[in-house]
Design a protein around this ligand. Structure first.
Ligand code: PMP
Length: 459
């Protein structure tokens, strides 16, 4: 059955409520209705082709419509789509857990499955909290809080919102949330006059130590997005910051939770971001790239120490009472296994340094644009912060909708990208060729240049 564009446009606006979207604005615009994908490109229902500059929300690894991933999915579907992990096991989830333990930082030995980044964070928070209660309920009675960073984003469920630090998304929900202690985010551009990462790092770690010295007996864990705070606008952490956080968590007996939902699976240039500073977290959350962008699957990994605290007789109530219906879904686990097999076989991670270097060189030109305040890059994660006035680091008035106009300009010229506040974000598919990356940057550069110059003249 086929439908006209007009019908789909109407039904989309009549029935679908889109995430993170002001529907009043959305309903006034012509929708982008994606029908198929191939490699680095997405195609809308009218046959227009776009480079996927956001990896279909930071998930795609090997490109769209990959024959071997498709095959893994259909092969598994021919066996079984889903059975439960409650009181039963299944082959793909066993094999995947073994593989994840081998690939993630040493010491992470157990895998708890869920189905989104947010749920993997919920699980990490609940595990960390319960861990201390199981270890010694009396001694650790006050360990009920979490530290997270200013501008932190860990998902949209209530627990993950509780550890969020973004005013726009999180403030309204405050009355519903549990207590969090905030440490500064290493937002070098806005925190230092001369964009000096070292000053920023020392400031943030000193503040963290002060918090821990005073409050460590109340703190169950610290959660952090390693190397890059993605949703905050690609805030790239200074070298050594993550390592410093790990050291302080160890010194003050606080569990460290690494939220690798966005940065995992090659995004920062290594399979996991923690590797770059040889950091071993106590818990680690992964999702997004785990199935290469095919299916919803997430996992929370933890140490034998945390896992062992939950062992006991049924009546002791040490069990981790948590589990989603689709936990360990066989289709998703089978595709995740194939994703990892392809990563290893094709050496995709080994191809990244050349691409990252290419991006770095091409991004230099963006810095010269009148309305670009900062360009941040860590591996294949890029944030270009737009400003009305570079000297004052002042952003454009939101009413001008500059970032949205940049995105529409890029779309007209064949690339899909997204803004995060005043930051234009590029998250290219890891398998993109250098030529495709070049095309993406050319389209983005033109869009930023044209729209910001025009906007600059109107105010
Ligand atoms: N943590 C981080 C660091 C993220 O970037 C995201 C999603 N962008 C999440 C958690 C939440 O993941 P999901 O949208 O799959 O719930």
């Amino acid at each position: 059955m086929t439908y006209t564009f007009a019908e789909l446009d109407k039904w989309d606006k009549d029935y679908v409520w889109h995430p993170f979207t002001q529907m009043k604005t959305y309903r006034q615009e012509r929708p982008l209705i994606i029908e198929r994908g191939n490699g680095s490109y997405l195609y809308d229902i009218e046959g227009n082709r776009y480079l996927d500059g956001y990896s279909s929300l930071w998930v795609n690894v090997h490109g769209h419509n990959h024959p071997e991933l498709n095959q893994a999915l259909t092969d598994q579907a021919a066996h079984i789509a889903h059975s439960t992990l409650l009181g039963a096991a299944n082959v793909p989830s066993i094999l995947l857990a073994k593989k994840l333990v081998e690939l993630t930082p040493a010491g992470l030995d157990k895998v708890f499955y869920s189905d989104s980044g947010s749920t993997s964070v919920e699980i990490a928070l609940k595990m960390a909290y319960q861990y201390w209660k199981l270890k010694d309920a009396e001694r650790y009675a006050d360990k009920n809080k979490f530290i997270s960073l200013r501008e932190a984003y860990h998902g949209d469920t209530i627990g993950s919102v509780s550890v969020g630090g973004m005013d726009t998304f999180h403030t309204i929900f405050k009355p519903l949330l549990f207590e969090r202690i905030e440490m500064p985010a290493p937002y070098t551009y806005r925190m230092t006059a001369d964009n000096d990462p070292e000053t920023c790092k020392v400031h943030c770690l000193t503040e963290l130590e002060a918090i821990l010295r005073e409050h460590h007996e109340e703190i169950a864990g610290l959660i952090i997005e390693p190397l890059v705070q993605g949703a905050a606008g690609m805030l790239t952490a200074p070298d050594g910051f993550l390592h410093g956080v790990r050291e302080l968590c160890t010194r003050y007996h606080v569990l460290m939770i690494a939220d690798e939902v966005a940065v995992g699976f090659g995004r920062t240039g290594t399979l996991f971001a923690c590797e770059q500073e040889n950091v071993k977290p106590d818990l680690m959350c992964i999702a997004k790239g785990l199935t290469a962008g095919y299916l919803p699957l997430a996992a929370t990994l933890t140490t034998d120490d945390v896992y062992s605290a939950f062992l006991g007789e049924p009546h002791e109530l040490k069990t981790f009472f948590h589990g989603h219906t689709y936990t360990g879904n066989q289709l998703a686990c089978a595709v995740a296994l194939k994703n990892i097999e392809l990563l290893e076989r094709d050496g995709l991670i080994e191809t990244l340094p050349e691409k990252i270097e290419f991006l770095t060189q091409r991004l230099a030109a963006f810095r010269d644009l009148t309305h670009v305040g900062d360009v941040r890059q860590r591996g294949m994660m890029i944030g270009i912060e737009l400003v009305r006035d570079r000297a004052a680091k002042e952003v454009f008035p939101p009413s001008l909708g500059v970032e949205h106009r940049v995105i529409l300009h890029a779309r007209q010229n064949g690339a899909i990208i997204r803004p995060l506040g005043p930051v234009i974000v590029l998250m290219p598919i890891l398998a993109m060729s250098i030529d495709e990356l070049d095309e993406l940057l050319t389209i983005t550069y033109e869009a930023i240049k044209t729209v910001t110059i025009e906007a600059g003249q109107t105010i």
